[in-house]
Every structure is written in structure tokens, then in C-alpha cells.
Design a protein around this ligand. Structure first.
Ligand SMILES: C[S@@+](CC[C@H](N)C(=O)[O-])C[C@H]1O[C@@H](n2cnc3c(N)ncnc32)[C@H](O)[C@@H]1O
Length: 264
């Protein structure tokens, strides 16, 4: 038999063989992906069933368990109050918004207290929350969206900028860390521009812990009198999620205005 036959035979031509390898590899990884997707959704259902915060959120009518992270952080640091003007980034499905309209009294439920303002943004659609201005389907990193938020600020300045934004995770740790760090930096840059200089003014940013979160913390220390790293108990222990809370915005000095351009 001609030893070159497998190569000469068009049935075994090199492009055809490479094509077959790619197709096989694709089918194999699809099978693995489908299997791991089924397994992880199964794990998700089990975790939800066991999670006390999921049940608590259902009973208290919060749209998701994240509400308890904000409630706990506020309980510890007391940074939300009636009359406050808050910008919220990454708001869907809306449990933080529910907490915010009540804490700032932007829902006007307490006639005796100052009325605040809550502006909430998300790439996803947002569904009505009494007392909040919702910018659903809006990418916060888009300059036009940031301009729109600035125009909506009733008295020109925000008392709090909060971000619970998270990118779609790829599973590649370094890549995901980099994406959330970029979102976090865009929040800090915006907060520095639109915040009122005052000891009560805060900026709260979610990150996934890693090299860039230390850098962000150092960056925040330039603009806020105190910066705390917080891991609320409602945040799952196996998650790298932490929050950086800057308290007491110093305001922009002239030299900061230049270096603010350098917030990477
Ligand atoms: C963990 S969820 C927020 C949960 C919310 N705090 C709550 O209590 O309901 C993170 C959100 O960030 C949003 N997000 C991610 N990147 C964004 C971006 N560039 N602009 C606006 N929203 C973004 C996602 O769409 C997602 O809804």
C-alpha cells in the first residue's frame, strides 16, 4: 500500500483533517460546557435554597438578597440619610434602589423628613421603584450617560455615589479582575467630578479583591478622608467581592483637578 495514500487521498487531505480536529474539539468542549452549565445551575439552585438571605429578601419584598449587603454596610457606617442625593451604578434588579429610596426619603413616605434624590443606572432594563429616577438600558461608562446623570442632579452635586456594578464574569480570574477594576475606576473618576465636598459625602465601590483593588484604595485615599474595606456577611465567603467605602470627600483642589485626569 502506498504509504502516502492517506495524505494524497482527498478524504485525508490536511485541511480536511485540521477541519475535522477543530470540529471534534468544538463538539467535545460543547459537551463539557453543557455538562458544567447543568452542574453549575444545579449548584445555584441548591445554594439559593439553603441561603437565609434569599428567604429574608422574599419575606421583606426585596428584589434580591443584595439589599442586605447595603443595609449591613449602612448599619455599620451610617452613611445613608434623609434628604441625601445618591447616584447608584449597576442597579438591576433594584434591591439597593428599594433600600435607597427609603433611607433618603426620596419616596416621600416620611412627611416630616427632608426628601432625597436617587438616580439609578444599569445596562439592563430597570423596573419602577417609587421615588427613584431610573436609567435602564444605559451603560454607565458611556460619557453621554454620565452627562445625563449630571443634568439630573437637582442641586448640582451628589452626596453619595454607590456602585454594585459587576461585569459578566468570564471565569478567567485576571481578566474579570481587570474588567471590574476598570468599572470601579470609572465610578471613582465620576464621583470625584460630581460629589459635594463634605464630611458626610461618600463613595462606595464594589470590586473583586486582587492587585488592582489595593491600587484603587490608594487612589481613593487621595480624595476621601477615610477609606474602609468592607465585606458584609451577606456577601458570600467564597466570593472575591469586597466594597471600598470612601468617607468624607475632600473636594477637588487645583492640583487634583489635573491629577484627576490620571485616575487610570
Ligand atoms: C450585582 S448586580 C447589581 C444588584 C443591585 N445592586 C441590586 O441590589 O439589585 C450588578 C449589575 O451591574 C450592571 N452593570 C455591569 N456593568 C455595567 C455598566 N457598564 N453600566 C451599567 N450597569 C452595569 C449589571 O447589568 C448588573 O445588573
Amino acid at each position: 500500500m502506498n504509504p502516502l495514500a492517506p495524505i494524497c487521498n482527498p478524504k485525508y487531505s490536511i485541511p480536511r483533517m485540521i477541519g475535522r480536529i477543530i470540529v471534534n474539539h468544538f463538539h467535545h468542549s460543547c459537551r463539557l460546557n453543557a455538562k458544567s452549565k447543568i452542574q453549575s445551575s444545579h449548584e445555584w439552585i441548591l445554594r439559593q435554597k439553603k441561603d437565609p438571605y434569599v428567604e429574608k429578601a422574599r419575606v421583606m419584598n426585596y428584589r434580591c438578597r443584595s439589599a442586605f449587603k447595603l443595609l449591613e454596610m449602612d448599619e455599620r457606617y451610617r452613611f445613608l440619610y434623609p434628604g441625601q442625593c445618591v447616584v447608584e451604578c449597576g442597579a438591576a434588579p433594584g434591591s439597593w434602589t428599594q433600600v435607597l429610596v427609603s433611607k433618603t426619603n426620596s419616596d416621600r413616605k416620611d412627611g416630616g423628613k427632608p426628601v432625597g434624590q436617587v438616580i439609578s443606572v444599569d445596562r439592563l432594563p430597570l423596573y419602577h421603584v417609587e421615588g427613584a429616577t431610573l436609567l435602564g438600558g444605559s451603560d454607565f461608562t458611556d460619557k453621554a450617560v454620565q452627562q445625563h446623570i449630571t443634568e439630573l442632579l437637582g442641586n448640582g452635586k451628589a452626596d453619595a455615589v454607590l456602585s454594585d456594578m459587576a461585569p459578566n464574569a468570564t471565569g478567567v480570574k485576571e481578566l474579570d479582575h481587570e474588567s471590574i477594576a476598570q468599572l470601579a475606576y470609572s465610578v471613582l473618576k465620576f464621583a470625584v467630578k460630581i460629589s459635594r465636598a463634605a464630611s458626610k459625602t461618600v463613595c462606595l465601590i464594589k470590586v473583586w479583591d486582587g492587585g488592582r483593588s489595593k491600587q484603587l484604595q490608594t487612589e481613593m485615599q487621595r480624595f476621601y478622608k477615610q477609606v474602609r474595606t468592607v465585606k458584609p456577611s451577606a456577601s458570600r465567603m467564597n466570593s472575591a467581592e469586597i466594597y471600598l467605602l470612601g468617607i468624607g470627600f475632600r473636594g477637588l483642589l487645583k492640583k487634583d483637578a489635573c491629577s484627576q485626569q490620571n485616575i487610570s
